[in-house]
Design a protein around this ligand. Structure first.
Ligand SMILES: [Zn+2]
Length: 682
């Protein structure tokens, strides 16, 4: 829900089973060498393609499993994580559990997802009551009242509303109203004329039709409904704010009294929606996209009540499909898995059930995960790394040539104030009010959604909790939260190949070190720099410094925009700017920190590579992946991160030290960048 600068924010793909010994504590994995040179392709010229030089053999040896859209370091780690969590759940299942205990809830949630006999018997019976409620709607007020009720259970409809820190008063939580309503992941799929978008629209339309037929709608009618859905969503896409604009925190901040929203959107029955959704009338709220809300208000006059009911029906089926009988599950996969991402087959059911349980009761599972798998030594070691990275970053800020002293002082204050969370939260969430019953998969999914939404909405109008975590400990990821000016590293990412408890410094600084530097740099990227040390949108830069910053950022926009990963699709240098700045900063800072910790850079060759060379190879290793064409095309439109290959080949060639480490790289090489063209912001 919230917008974070996670350094890998999208949903994770999960892998085919591997034989990880789950009893082994996670940071002592003996299977992975800190840097395995047999994964490299030494015949590739590093100046032509450093990514394949470092990863070529690994890429050959690790084809994408049929149930994956891509396969890389994150997926490998996620895969072994899944095995660990599965083991945990197995242990729980063998225990006696008191009714209402966490053990009972996790066990019954997971088992309800595994009980295919029961699920198939039920067909779409679990959604019938909701479909009947939609049929019974006779007015716009009824519609919004029902939409509010369904949305409180996680059925998204036209807009979303959630509690978040006020961007100009970060101590307080306010309601945020955000555009929504699209089933396909980007507005351009509805509006663009390129072949891929046209193909997706056709496939989406057929998919919606097939879904309506599965709830026993006559083919002719189902066809008309599918048209309605596509038309309405296309109209919503037209009034939606683009991804690029959504990255601008000023463009999505419009705090206003509720009354103003009423006046702006008289056709939306807020008095019917809000109480059903579970929001007591907020005094004021942030309307992230006023133009979208105004457009929606107009649309409510242009389309009939029946059209809106059809759309709501579609949203209920779409939400439920993955938890209903096989015919729904298969049709759902045929579109979202195959067409959109190119997957060949579905993940095994246990992984899907496990993912759903982990989503619904994430912190409950996280607590058990941490107890069993996370060694306290890892936390101490990472905290030490963070301190070293901070030291290195400070001295870089002091030395940058383009910034005035006054702004430097403020930047240093912000870095000093940046807080760090490692591993898991200090306090665990209470799940006592969540009801989970055996044999009711879809109901359990809704119960958990309602529980989590209620937990969030309850914060509106209250003080922000600085201890809150927005990722579970078992998530292979990390984030920077500008409103708290904090960096957060869940337990699951503190494992190989990101972090080797007993690895050499060069490898750890090149991997987790760059990740830490990356997250720190988000506090000073094109978006993060707009927030002050207290997490408020506040101009602390002089005009001159902003101009200098933007000039340097433009270099990265142009550099990445020149890459053409597939067909004629360029990488979007603007969409990925924040992440590319963070990688650029992360590399510079982590390398400085390595130099501070290692005095003699030449003495310690391992496998024939110097520490500096190992640093860059280790960085390349965390971004290794194989990816399907469909998935690559999808991500080029949606993902704020550059594909792994370009994080490496676009990243290291901007760093001076890279040319010292790999002195064979010369000006005639394809990826060589002349010193004056190298981006260097932090
Ligand atoms: Zn990032």
């Amino acid at each position: 829900m919230k917008q974070f600068y996670g350094f890998f924010v999208l949903a994770f793909v999960i892998l085919a089973s591997c034989s990880t010994n789950v009893k082994e504590r996670m940071t002592t994995s003996k299977q992975m060498k800190p840097l395995d040179t047999s994964n490299m392709s030494l015949s590739v010229d590093p100046g032509k393609d450093f990514y394949r030089y470092a990863n070529g053999q690994w890429m050959k040896n690790n084809p994408i499993p049929d149930d994956k859209a891509r396969y890389g370091s994150f997926d490998e780690l996620q895969e072994s994580n899944n095995e660990k969590i599965r083991e945990l759940i197995k242990e729980l299942s063998a225990q006696e559990a008191e009714e209402g205990s966490l053990t009972q809830k996790i066990r019954d949630f997971y088992n309800s997802g595994m009980d295919t006999t029961r699920i198939n018997e039920l067909g779409y019976a679990p959604v019938k009551p909701y479909l009947e409620q939609i049929n019974a709607v006779t007015s716009i007020e009824d519609l919004f009242s029902l939409a509010g009720n369904l949305q409180s259970k996680g059925v998204s409809y036209l807009f979303s509303m959630y509690a978040g820190q006020d961007r100009k008063n970060s101590e307080m939580m306010i309601a945020n109203l955000y555009q929504n309503g699209l089933s396909m992941p980007d507005r351009s799929y509805y509006l663009s004329d390129d072949d891929r978008s046209k193909e997706l629209r056709t496939a989406f339309r057929s998919h919606v039709k097939a879904m309506f037929e599965l709830i026993a709608v006559e083919p002719d009618k189902a066809d008309a409904y599918a048209n309605n859905v596509l038309n309405l969503e296309t109209a919503l896409a037209e009034i939606s704010m683009s991804r690029k604009d959504r990255r601008d925190p000023h463009k999505t901040y419009h705090k206003m009294p509720l009354q103003e929203l009423h006046e702006m959107t008289p056709n939306i029955s807020w008095e019917a929606f809000l109480p059903e959704y579970g929001v007591e009338t907020p005094e004021d709220l942030n309307v992230a996209q006023p133009d979208f809300m105004k457009g929606l208000n107009t649309m409510l006059e242009e389309y009939t009540l029946e059209d809106w009911k059809t759309l709501l029906t579609w949203k209920v089926i779409d939400r439920a499909a993955a938890y209903l009988s096989d015919d729904f599950v298969n049709q759902n996969f045929a579109f979202y898995g195959k067409v959109l991402s190119g997957k060949q087959e579905m993940e095994p059911r246990w992984k899907r059930a496990l993912n759903t349980t982990s989503k619904g009761m994430g912190m409950a599972l996280g607590k058990m995960y941490v107890n069993k798998y996370f060694p306290p030594e890892a936390k101490a070691r990472v905290e030490e790394l963070v301190a070293n990275l901070k030291k290195a970053y400070k001295s870089r800020i002091r030395n940058v040539s383009w910034m005035t002293d006054a702004t430097k002082e403020k930047a240093l204050e912000k870095l000093d104030a940046m807080t760090v969370k490692v591993g898991y939260p200090d306090e665990w969430r209470d799940y006592s009010d969540l009801d989970i019953a055996p044999g009711k998969y879809f109901e359990n999914v809704l119960q958990a959604s309602a529980f989590n939404i209620d937990y969030n909405l309850d914060k509106i109008g209250k003080k922000a909790d600085p201890k809150e975590w927005h990722m579970t400990p078992q998530t292979v990821n990390a984030y920077y939260n500008p409103a708290n000016n904090e960096i957060v590293f869940p337990a699951a990412i503190l494992q190989p190949p990101f972090f080797f408890q007993h690895g050499d410094d060069a490898v750890n600084y090149g991997a987790i070190g760059v990740v830490i530097g990356h997250e720190m740099t988000h506090g000073f990227d094109d978006k993060g720099r707009l927030f002050d040390k207290n997490g408020n949108l506040n101009e602390w830069w002089t005009e001159e410094d902003s101009r200098e910053f933007n000039k340097r950022a433009e270099q990265l926009v142009a550099h990445f925009g020149d890459f053409v990963p597939i067909k004629d699709m360029h990488l979007d240098g603007e969409l990925t700017l924040g992440e590319n700045i963070a990688d650029n900063g992360g590399l510079h800072i982590a390398l400085d920190a390595l130099h501070l910790s290692l005095k003699d850079m030449d003495a310690q060759k391992i496998d024939g590579f110097t520490p500096e060379q190992r640093f860059f190879l280790s960085y390349a290793q965390i971004w290794r992946q194989n990816i399907r064409d469909e998935e690559l095309m999808r991500r080029l439109k949606e993902d704020v991160h550059s594909p792994g290959e370009y994080r490496v080949n676009g990243g290291v060639f901007n760093v001076d030290a890279f040319y010292n480490a790999f002195s064979e790289v010369s000006a005639s090489d394809r990826l060589y960048r002349a010193p004056e063209k190298r981006a260097d912001i932090w």
